[in-house]
Write a protein that binds this ligand. Structure first.
Ligand code: FES
Length: 378
């Protein structure tokens, strides 16, 4: 609404404050409404009293700057056309841009000239609008957000009339059967959730690891011995439980592989940190008791959202998950030192059997992988 309309409102007793859009600068304000000023001849869309013409000097300067931008845009446009035809096919008819270097030059020229053309037009129009065209001071009343008492009572009346008319209150049989019809819909989510599959039971908390189970190099059926870690240049080997079932690749199901994959890491004796020597809750053991000759086994599944945390830096003993950079300290019970994971990688207790092969001496004591609903230990 324009200022004049707002004034009409005020005259009609509307006391709401006016909103002002676009406060003019002091040096521009003087032009509006002054008899004989340029805008008196200006035939703009708003009232003369709301129109603020830029000073003549500013307009002339703006005109020159905008024109300069338009000329640059023109040159950019011509340059774009020229660039397109600049690299004709060779004598054999093969496109010149088939050569990577020429394709690179062609792309740079096409992109650069087109950018200049479009930017020039945009910049010129901005200068035109801000320095040449007049601008306007427009007034409109604020809208009141809360409904008035009158509006509220009229809505209430309207609603009750509608309810009466619908027969919802007058016809109990229909109302009650409608409510009855809607009841099963309230139970529908339960059915849908049930349909997502059988409850997992303790599947998320247990893995095929058990006392005496040997470990294979991931992707092979080669059982690991402690010496393998001595000679490994990376200081880390990924392993799975030795196979025990027919019919699965690598002898165990993919689900079981996904939760039981581990990293075996060799840590020099003097590098262990405090958490490795603390008593494990409810036992007389420490985490060092779960290692063998400096070899420690951790779950390879990141406790953030389950990526394989498979990057190991042997000098700092840091295990890094490449997905969101969670970092765990292998020398400190795989405690989180950085990143979004909030739980250490579970440690698998290990030892060797009579034949000198590495074995698990039990399952993980915590579920491997991302934390889930009934397991929210920090
Ligand atoms: S899954 Fe490892 S940091 Fe997110």
């Amino acid at each position: 609404m324009t200022k004049n309309n707002a004034n009409d409102n005020n005259e009609a007793g509307d006391t709401r404050p006016d909103r002002v859009v676009g406060t003019p600068k002091a040096d521009e304000r003087v032009v509006a409404g002054v008899p004989g000023a340029p805008h008196d001849e200006h035939d703009g869309p708003y009232e003369a009293s709301e129109t603020h013409v830029r000073p003549e000097e500013m307009q002339r300067r703006g005109e020159k700057v905008a024109s300069l931008w338009f000329v640059l845009a023109f040159l950019g446009g011509i340059g774009f056309l020229v660039s397109y035809f600049l690299f004709p096919p060779n004598a054999a008819g093969e496109p010149a841009i088939g050569h990577p270097l020429i394709a690179q030059y062609s792309n740079m020229l096409l992109g650069g000239t087109l950018t200049l053309a479009m930017f020039g037009i945009g910049a010129g129009m901005t200068v035109w609008a801000r320095q040449v065209m007049p601008h306007y001071e427009v007034h409109s009343p604020y809208d009141e957000l809360p409904s008035s008492d009158k509006e509220k009572s009229s809505f209430g009346e309207f609603f009750m009339k509608g309810a009466d008319e619908s027969g919802f209150t007058k016809r109990p049989l229909m109302r009650r059967t409608l409510i009855l019809a809607m009841l099963p819909l309230g139970l529908a989510p339960i059915v849908l959730l049930r349909d997502t599959g059988p409850l997992p039971g303790d599947k998320l908390k247990t893995t095929p690891w058990e006392n005496g189970r040997r470990m294979y190099v991931e992707g092979t059926s080669r059982a690991l011995r402690p010496e393998d870690l001595e000679n490994d240049p990376n200081g880390m080997i990924s392993a799975l439980p030795a196979m025990d079932e027919e019919g699965h690749y690598h002898g165990i199901s993919l689900d079981d592989q996904a939760k039981s994959v581990i990293m075996l890491i060799k840590v020099p004796e003097g590098d262990w940190k405090e958490r490795m020597t603390e008593k494990i809750e409810g036992t007389d053991e420490t985490r060092l008791n779960w290692t063998h000759n400096g070899i420690v086994a951790y779950s390879k599944i990141c406790t953030h959202v389950g990526c394989p945390a498979a990057l190991y830096e042997r000098t700092t003993h840091r295990i890094l998950c490449p997905c969101h950079q969670s970092t765990f300290d292998a020398a400190d019970a795989a405690h989180v030192v950085f990143g979004p994971a909030h739980r250490a990688l579970p440690q698998l207790p290990i030892g060797v059997d009579d034949e000198g092969y590495l074995i698990a001496t039990g399952d993980f004591t915590e579920p491997p992988g991302p934390t889930f609903w009934d397991y929210a230990k920090d």
